[in-house]
Design a protein around this ligand. Structure first.
Ligand code: DP6
Length: 332
């Protein structure tokens, strides 16, 4: 204990993490445990190199409460619940009562369907754990990030990741692992910003509403098959199967949200325009697209589809980021 205390005294309890947002191709939608964000089925995603969250954590004894500042804006106390779950877990492990200040910056709009909650929670978990001097395994850090936002579990490992449902009630076996590194498959990723406004219904709220859809059970049964199929398509670099799976998975989720008692339509007119162009092209060129719970569109393609992207998608004049599959969380 003395040694531990001495070691602690030499630290300044600060660390900074850099994390990428991730985009799911076999999407997470529905929880078996809401407070632990435990999913009903496995999901598959890739990190997006060009979508970055950097978070600085500092543990201290100065204040009575934790603070989260995102792009210079202090998050109100009543909206701190998700990040508190991560910080409380660290306090539990450390057996201390310090408070944490998190300063976070994104290079992309928040809550607009670009997985900012994923990279935000993953960066908070990575920075706060490092600042506390915790040496966690990647799987433990992924499970910690999951407490803030389910999809955050997938922003900890690099490249292509699979988040396993797990079976344990405490969620310790529900974490994401990488199954292929970032440079495994030479794909281009275009993030097309259809809107920078925040989505009207949060993912967790919409998931809950969807559970009362008459199509919920069939959605879950079908979704359980997807992670295997999409993982296999990536491992085999089989663009035709990949593209078919990505479209099927996206459409099934958005079709479901439209069947809630209070229907949710995340697509904006421009999202539909892009999706239609991609669906029409997909027989001839290796391109596909996906949309999370928002309206921005992620277009994924092989080299030979770049002229199509330039002439048909970029020509729409919307802001975009051209990027590729990215690495996992880093302490910087
Ligand atoms: C459509 O991870 O934001 O992006 O666990 O409630 O925070 P919570 O939900 P969240 O849901 C993401 C939903 C999705 C699909 C996905 O990323 O797999």
């Amino acid at each position: 204990m003395m040694v531990e205390q001495e070691r602690e005294c030499h630290k300044n309890y600060r660390a900074k993490a850099r994390v990428h947002a991730n985009v799911a191709v076999a999407k997470y939608w529905g929880k078996r445990d809401e407070s632990l964000n435990l999913p009903l089925f496995d999901s598959v995603a890739f990190n997006v190199d060009g979508l970055i969250t950097e978070t600085q954590a500092h543990w201290h004894n100065d204040d009575t409460r934790d603070a989260l500042i995102i792009n210079g804006w202090q998050v109100p106390a009543q909206s701190m619940g998700r990040v508190e779950r991560i910080l409380d877990k660290i306090r539990d492990i450390k057996g201390w009562d310090k408070r944490c200040t998190l300063q976070s910056r994104n290079n992309f709009p928040l809550a607009s369907g670009l997985a900012s909650s994923a990279s935000g929670s993953a960066a908070a978990a990575a920075a706060a754990a490092a600042a506390a001097g915790l040496e966690l395994r990647e799987s433990e850090l992924s499970a910690l990030a999951r407490l803030g936002s389910g999809s955050a579990a997938r922003s900890i490992p690099g490249g292509w990741t699979r988040w396993r449902t797990g079976h344990l009630d405490d969620g310790s076996d529900s974490f994401a692992e990488s199954f292929a590194p970032a440079d495994y498959w030479n794909l281009h990723v275009f993030v097309i910003q259809v809107t920078d406004s925040q989505k009207s219904v949060s993912s967790s709220e919409c998931m809950n509403m969807c559970m009362r859809s008459p199509f919920w059970n069939v959605f879950v049964e079908e979704s359980k098959k997807e992670a295997d199929l999409l993982q296999q398509a990536v491992v085999q670099r089989d663009f035709a199967s990949f593209s078919a799976g990505v479209h099927r998975n996206m459409m099934r989720l958005h079709a479901l949200t439209m069947t809630c008692e209070r229907p949710v339509l995340y697509f904006a007119p421009k999202s539909v325009e892009i999706i239609q162009k991609v669906l029409r092209a997909t027989q001839a060129v290796p391109v596909c697209c996906t949309v999370d719970a928002g309206s921005n569109v992620i277009v994924i393609c092989e080299d030979s589809a770049c002229p199509f992207i330039k002439n048909d998608i970029i020509a729409l004049g919307l802001p975009f980021i051209q990027t590729h599959v990215g690495n996992g969380a880093q302490i910087v």
